[in-house]
Ligand binder design. Structure first.
Ligand code: XBP
Ligand code: MG
Length: 262
């Protein structure tokens, strides 16, 4: 039986609530700066989030609204808007406008202390991850992660399992030795298809998703005196009553349960 060796984290929505008050705001600012009248409200953005990747999201939006720029065949518009959005998003991070979700820093630190290996598997751009880690986790936050796999290394975006398979390959890890952390249906599909047991921490955009394949579905990671809410998952019955926040001990237990269910 494999023991727990590594934790693999999604970024947007999992490490931090980056979407509604981060990427969305930065997209809108980039649209305005480019003289476009596009406006992504909170609800519309929730629907657009079904499409992984900022460039793909803009393409879908243009197709859905039959945007005139499509007829013009302007091939550079989307990459230009995406670069501009990421610059604005970086500035938001530098100004401390986005913080980590509850329990993330505590869990990362205790996992490091326990000798667990850490990695990132995301569909966002590398620059966004680097800025997020630097400004929210720790100035040296990048070095906490052995592999940081992003859309730059793996263009095949979630729900494709490619980014998780890349991490397993790079770290020479067996899927049974890892746990993944995700917040969305696309993310869970990716980790599941790579055969990695997954803990889902929901957020406002994802709490009504179908996470029946997850090992555990939680409101968040919780903390001492700040209990999580167990919302489902195959191990909910065994874990729910014994723990009130996600610790390395809980994760070791969970990984054992995951293997015994196989
Ligand atoms: C989330 C995404 C990304 C971000 C925006 O990725 O789908 O597209 O919304 O980032 P994950 P980009 O949850 O896997 O971290 O504009 O760089 O795509
Ligand atoms: Mg996510």
């Amino acid at each position: 039986m494999a023991i727990l060796e590594a934790l693999i984290f999604d970024v947007d929505g999992t490490l931090a609530d980056t979407e509604r008050d981060g990427h969305r705001v930065a997209f809108n600012q980039a649209f305005t700066n480019a003289g476009l009248d596009w406006e992504w409200g909170v609800d519309l953005y929730g629907k657009l989030l079904k499409v992984s990747g900022g460039k793909e999201r803009m393409s879908r939006y243009m197709v859905d609204k039959g945007d005139q720029h499509l007829q013009d065949g302007n091939a550079t518009l989307i990459p230009e808007l995406h670069t501009a959005k990421n610059l604005i998003y970086s500035e938001m991070l530098q100004h401390g406008r986005i913080s980590l979700r509850r329990g993330i820093r505590r869990l990362l630190s205790s996992a490091r202390d326990a000798g667990l290996r850490l990695a990132i598997a995301t569909t966002t751009s590398r620059v966004n991850v680097i800025e997020l880690l630097r400004h929210t986790v720790h100035p040296e936050g990048l070095s906490w992660f052995e592999v940081i796999a992003t859309a730059d290394e793996v263009p095949d975006k979630k729900p494709s399992p490619a980014v998780y398979e890349y991490v397993l390959d790079e770290m020479k890890l067996k899927r049974e030795s890892c746990l993944a952390f995700e917040d969305s249906e696309n993310g869970l599909m990716a980790s599941q298809q790579a055969g990695i047991e997954t803990i889902v921490t929901v957020n406002d955009y994802t709490r009504n998703g179908n996470f029946s394949q997850a090992l555990l579905v939680l409101s968040d990671l919780g903390g001492p005196g700040q209990p999580f809410e167990v919302m489902g998952g195959r191990a909910a019955g065994s874990i729910g009553a014994r723990y009130s926040y996600v610790s390395v001990e809980l994760l070791r237990d969970l990984q054992r349960i995951g293997q015994s269910h196989e």
